[in-house]
Write a protein that binds this ligand. Structure first.
Ligand code: CMC
Length: 396
């Protein structure tokens, strides 16, 4: 018998076309709809990048104004969603809170919309749902951090752009321009990354013709894991463990002896460095200077150079974004929900793309369990035997 060609973790398997983004590990580049992500991060607000991901082109001034108007109109958390968030235990992970909130938003929106046959929605409905989720997620994430700190929620302000308003709702004060800019850049870098685990999860769910909200809820579940989005949170746990730059060598000796994965390093696709890291590292540097925290940069640089020297494995985006979010003042547990707020743009773009040329995603597996066996005394059901006979005949 020939051994099946199993691709564990689908590594290296190309499963479909996408026009949304291109990750090229050879040239270390990442393009969103053809534009280098670095260019977008340097010149655009996240709202414009969301428009690009959804529609294929950057918006003109009027289109951006229209998107912003809709986004600002849907920033507030509906009362019943807030009440439901309050039911999530305060010591639950905030990703569970975000997942629950999106699930309820979906149920509310789809209530009375008919049978499962209508679940997947029209392109217009899905674009509208995407914009509304994009608009409300910052309030959900900000509210989560505030309620864990025992603080009252802060209402959104419609005179602020997306990034500035996100920081306003989280901290209750207007952030400095340099902080807003670094935060906006991080969100653009997080917005999209082709067929990563959470996006693929969203596409798998969509391929069954389920609804957009179910696909986003599934994607949030996939993103929570520390091998994926949870790594930005995990990086800060590592920084806290190490303490300061001079401890890096001894800490790394022990971590590697224990065969620990060093969070924020390594990537399935990039093997010579993540194309998003230099841009995010530059944003981190501006924050280090702004908050006058050189010891953060010292720890960052020491761990990076030691780990690269020993293992030849480079940082991924979560490595600079973790300490950047810490400097801005986000709680460590809030980091992965920030990733959700950004990546919902990419997820929903992929959900809509999947629906334009859908095929059910259903791979095969090679069985390696026990040989066929039977329950003592069971009398075979003749209908099942007929099916087996038919299969045998067809196999010839
Ligand atoms: N620390 C220690 N060893 C590592 C690391 C790491 N961060 N990453 C890879 N390796 C080693 C791994 O142990 C393995 O060694 P060996 O061949 O001796 O068994 C080898 O490198 C290949 O690793 P792999 O896990 O088989 O590679 P992969 O392509 O399946 O995994 C990864 C990619 C991201 C899961 C892995 O690098 C990892 O676990 N990194 C830490 C978690 C992390 O930072 N995740 C964020 C990913 S990127 C952004 C995002 O999605 O948020």
């Amino acid at each position: 018998m020939t051994e099946p060609d199993i691709k564990k973790g689908l590594a290296g398997v190309v499963v479909d076309y996408t026009a949304i983004s291109k990750v090229n590990p050879e040239t270390n580049s990442l393009l969103y709809r053809g534009y280098p992500v670095q260019e977008l991060a340097a010149t655009q607000p996240l709202e414009a990048v969301a428009y690009l991901l959804w529609n294929g082109e950057l918006p003109d001034a009027e289109q951006l104004a229209e998107l912003r108007l809709t986004e600002r109109a849907h920033r507030a958390i509906p009362d019943d969603v807030r009440t439901t968030i309050d039911l999530v235990p305060l010591d639950a992970h905030p990703m569970d809170e975000v997942r629950t909130a999106v699930s309820l938003i979906g149920a509310r929106d789809l209530a009375g919309s008919g049978s499962v046959l209508d679940a997947s929605g029209s392109p217009e409905q899905n674009l509208e749902r995407s914009i509304r989720l994009f608009a409300v997620l910052p309030a959900i994430v900000a509210y989560g951090q505030r309620r864990r700190r025992g603080l009252e929620p802060v209402a959104p302000r419609d005179d602020l752009d997306y990034a500035a308003n996100f920081l306003w709702m989280t901290f209750g004060e207007e952030a400095d321009e340099v902080v807003v800019d670094a935060f906006n850049r991080s969100m653009i870098l997080y917005a999209e990354h082709s067929f990563n685990a959470s996006t693929f999860t969203a596409r798998v769910i969509t391929s069954t013709l389920s609804d957009l909200y179910s696909a986003v809820v599934g994607a949030i579940g996939a993103l929570k894991g520390p091998l994926h989005g949870g790594a930005n949170e995990a990086v800060l746990h590592i920084f806290d463990e190490i303490g300061s730059a001079e401890n890096v060598g001894a800490w790394l000796d022990q971590a590697l002896a224990e065969k620990r994965k060093i969070m924020g390093f390594g990537h399935r696709v990039y093997k010579r460095g993540d194309s998003r890291v230099p841009t995010m590292k530059a944003a981190l540097d501006t924050l280090v200077e702004h908050y006058d925290r050189p010891e953060v940069a010292a720890l960052y640089d020491a761990l990076e150079s030691e780990f690269v020297a020993r293992k030849g494995i480079y940082p991924n985006l979560d490595y600079p974004s973790g300490p950047a979010y810490n400097l801005i003042g986000f709680d460590t547990l809030t980091f992965t929900p920030l990733f959700v707020a950004a990546r919902v743009t990419g997820w929903t773009a992929h959900i809509m793309e999947q629906l334009t040329s859908n095929t059910l995603i259903r791979p095969l597996s090679e069985y390696n369990g026990p040989d066929e066996r039977h329950i003592d005394g069971y009398v075979a059901d003749t209908a099942a035997l007929e099916v087996a006979d038919r299969a045998e005949e067809a196999a010839g």
